[in-house]
Design a protein around this ligand. Sequence first.
Ligand code: SF4
Length: 239
Amino acid sequence: MTQLIDVTVPARDLEGQSPAEILRWASEQFGSRLTFATGFGAEGCVIIDLIARHGLPIDLFTLDTGLLFPETYELWRRLEDRYGVTIRSVRPDHTVAQQAGEHGDRLWERDPDRCCELRKVVPLRNALTGFDAWITAIRRDQTAERASARVVERDRKFGLVKINPLVGWTHDDVWGHVYAHDVPYNLLHDQGYPSIGCHPCTAAVLPGEDARAGRWRGRSKKECGLHVIQPERKVPDAA
Ligand code: SF4
């Protein structure tokens, strides 16, 4: 049974609270029906650090598209070892080879929206079944699309509550926490990759470029389709 809450109240009350306080509220509010989907960005590593540091019993998973960088798979294992947690693997129905057989080779070059739908959005939708709320690592200052995100909001795309504990943090806040607490992070960040996704769609950025300029370089696409930010409504609807 999906839990109904009026997200406007916690969105207001938790604004400006620390990420740890937001995570603790979410854990107490949703219990085992709360999950964190990490993409292993520096923000996600910080959230895993906070969840482990505060002993919060929050489910963890990642979308393994089969196209992650070797450095990302290595970080996955380092985080599990460091914090003694299991980060579940959620995979698409089709392997990369099966997808090539059905849709043609290198779908990401011809139709990246379709590829993201098959390898990220559909698996995420399936993975969120049975949960009432999910945590994301988005920050408002990452993209124009994310600028209006709230700490707690109704996720109309996936039909549950979305918790964004780092939404008010800056890039420097995230990296300050990483360095202060020796949080494991993707070594590609030290090689010009501030934002890391699947290897066919991620390039290094040049000095002065936007942090996400290397994602789907040369295309108008800026998001996987996982985060659709919509204005808050006064009246809560059924999740
Ligand atoms: S990021 Fe690229 S390779 Fe990964 S699912 Fe999206 S289009 Fe496909």
